[in-house]
Design a protein. Structure first.
Length: 278
């Protein structure tokens, strides 16, 4: 008999989380420089694969493709070409972000590529501990979250973006796009983009160290939204940003966690989406 998956407690994994976050920023610098540009910056994100997190494919100067991967099966950062693994670096070796970047950028250069790698986004000499067991727990949970997000996506009308992990925030998320257009002026230029609602999972960050799910309508209407309760302990969040949160801690070990996440996401969507349509 197969035991149903339940979300685990991410105990004692802060060092491993910081290492994975740092390494994701390093490999995310490669598609930033070499992948086909997407106006929503989707080209810099990582996507889930059965064995890890992988970048967009990128073109080699003499033909063929390559990609970067964080492989959770063998616990390596890998540079992969059409011929297989070009080079790999063990995440158990304790490489700092700067040392890993030195190796990765040299390997990319050996493939004939040079670029602006925005080093300020990943530079760090902080120690990088790594526990393979804790990393595997996190990756399994991430896979479950992705499947839940796909189920929610399948219920949504209109356009949705891909489910992707953002290296800068280390959160997994996607966006639904409304038909209402929003204008924003910056540096004398006006940009138009669609209203949207995201749904994401953060394993925690400095201002909110504990993991949580979020769904943030944009634009956010305090008047239309915050008077409405959210299910299963979720709450509207208007402190450092505008949106909503569902604490991961409330779902640990709960066999009904999937249905609670879906109910939370549906409630936010049902409340917010009418105001995001033209």
């Amino acid at each position: 008999m197969i035991t149903p998956y339940v979300f685990p407690d991410f105990a004692h994994w802060e060092g491993t989380k910081a290492t994975l976050h740092a390494y994701s920023k390093v490999i995310g610098a490669i598609p930033r420089a070499h992948a086909v540009f997407h106006p929503k910056w989707w080209h810099i994100s990582l996507k889930l694969a059965p064995d890890g997190l992988v970048t967009d494919t990128m073109a080699l100067p003499e033909g063929g493709l390559f990609a970067m991967k964080i492989n959770f099966h063998v616990h390596e950062v890998q540079l992969i070409t059409g011929a297989g693994i070009w080079q790999a670096w063990s995440m158990q070796d304790g490489l700092t972000a700067n040392l890993l970047a030195e190796h990765v950028l040299r390997a990319v250069a050996d493939l004939g590529l040079r670029g602006d790698y925005a080093r300020q986004k990943f530079e760090s000499d902080a120690p990088r501990p790594y526990d393979p067991a804790q990393a595997k727990i996190y990756f399994d949970a991430l896979g479950k979250v992705e499947q839940i997000f796909k189920k929610h996506q399948a219920t949504l009308p209109g356009a949705v973006g891909p489910i992707q992990l953002w290296p800068h925030g280390f959160d997994l998320a996607f966006e639904w796009f409304g038909t209402r257009q929003i204008e924003s002026e910056e540096h004398g230029q006006t940009t138009t983009f669609p209203a949207q609602i995201n749904l994401g999972f953060s394993p925690g960050e400095p201002t909110h160290p504990q993991p949580y799910f979020y769904s943030n309508p944009f634009p956010f209407s305090h008047t239309a939204l915050v008077s409405h309760p959210l299910p299963h302990g979720a709450r509207w969040f208007t402190e450092s940003w505008n949106g909503s949160q569902l604490a991961y801690a409330s779902l640990i070990g709960d066999p009904d966690a999937e249905q609670k996440i879906l109910a939370y996401a549906k409630t936010v969507f049902d409340l917010a989406s009418p105001g995001l349509m033209a």
